[in-house]
Design a protein around this ligand. Structure first.
Ligand code: FE
Ligand code: FE
Length: 327
């Protein structure tokens, strides 16, 4: 099987933060971002923000640009985290804003159908709280679940994925961890909602990403994944493999061991780097991971794990990933 690679289209954007408020590079519209994604060469799918950033072209033109770059769309990410939703989308205290979020996400679902994409990606970055005593935690969590449940039951033909993250922009997000997200999905009980597991979010949330992946798989909810890297105290969205190669290798080992065959997607924010070059380097590393998985003796690893033999497991993994000294 040839591994498919993808990327969030925002990988190819230019970024602002609270210091470089005029951006780290000149602004770029989505059609040009699609061209940049095409230049990477190894990408076959992208995830698009909706509304399409810096692009008011008709959908036919977006389709044509994707086709010209040999790209298809895996997911649509409705922008339920921008200024309108700064006090929450599903959990906004204003029912009118909650309705606006619902309408925007419903519209995004229409684009998923039109483009034959796999899912609507929900990233409820503003749903949560900042201060002690700010919210009624019972009501907030209930609204977090209700917002997703309503969409999923209204659109049984669509899939929804929730990408959890500990915090940012909200100081504390409602969907902050794999276990909390799974609790919600178990309680909602609908088959068409899953998790998009972002390796970096698990890392900086204090999880072991391989364990998070196994848990999501065991509950039948691993619908997608993102990869990147960070220093574990923030969502730095650095180049995959640049900081935590062994944990990344273990993460993909778990996916392979379970026969999980989805797309390996990049979710990186190369603030100061060339965006195309940063994607190429990530894929170069991911190909090493692939090669490492081919070299890894899965039976020997299973035996080492059954004995919980840390030294033998580390030897097998590091030899497979980095090549043994005799090579
Ligand atoms: Fe992500
Ligand atoms: Fe992130």
């Amino acid at each position: 099987m040839t591994q498919k690679f993808g990327a969030g289209i925002w990988h190819f954007a230019s970024y602002v933060d609270r210091y470089a408020t005029d951006g780290y590079a000149p602004p770029i519209g989505m059609l040009d971002m699609i061209d940049r994604a095409g230049q990477v060469g190894d990408l076959s799918v992208v995830d698009l923000n909706y509304p399409f950033p810096g692009c008011d072209a008709p959908l036919s033109e977006v389709k044509a640009r994707l086709a010209a770059n040999n790209l298809s769309v895996i997911g649509i990410t409705p922008e339920m985290y921008t200024r309108t939703f700064s006090r929450g989308a599903f959990t906004n205290p204003d029912p009118g804003v909650r309705r606006a979020a619902h309408d925007l996400i419903t519209e995004a679902g229409g684009i998923v159908r039109e483009l034959g994409a796999s899912y609507v990606k929900l990233w409820p970055g503003q749903d949560g709280w900042d201060y002690p005593f700010q919210v009624d935690h019972h009501k907030l969590w209930q609204m977090s679940m209700d917002g997703v449940a309503e969409l999923a039951s209204e659109n049984p033909d669509l899939k929804y994925v929730i990408e959890y993250k500990p915090r940012e922009p909200r100081v504390h997000m409602s969907y902050c961890s794999v276990s909390r997200t799974l609790l919600a999905l178990e309680k909602i009980g609908l088959p068409n909602i899953g998790i998009l597991l972002d390796f970096g979010h698990a890392l900086y949330g204090g999880e072991s990403p391989a364990d998070s992946a196994q848990l999501a798989i065991d509950y039948g909810r691993l619908f997608g994944m993102d990869v990147n890297d960070n220093l574990r105290s923030w969502d730095d969205d650095m180049i995959a493999g640049s900081v935590h190669p062994m944990e990344l290798f273990e993460f993909f080992y778990v996916l392979r061991k379970n026969g999980w065959e989805g797309v390996w997607q990049l979710d990186q924010f190369p603030f100061r780097e060339d965006t195309v070059a940063a994607a190429k380097q990530a894929i170069r590393f991911l190909r090493r991971v692939e090669a490492g998985l081919e070299r890894l003796d899965f039976d020997a690893m299973q035996a080492a794990q059954d004995a919980q033999d840390a030294v033998e497991a580390t030897r097998l993994a590091s030899d497979a990933l980095f090549g043994d000294l005799a090579d």
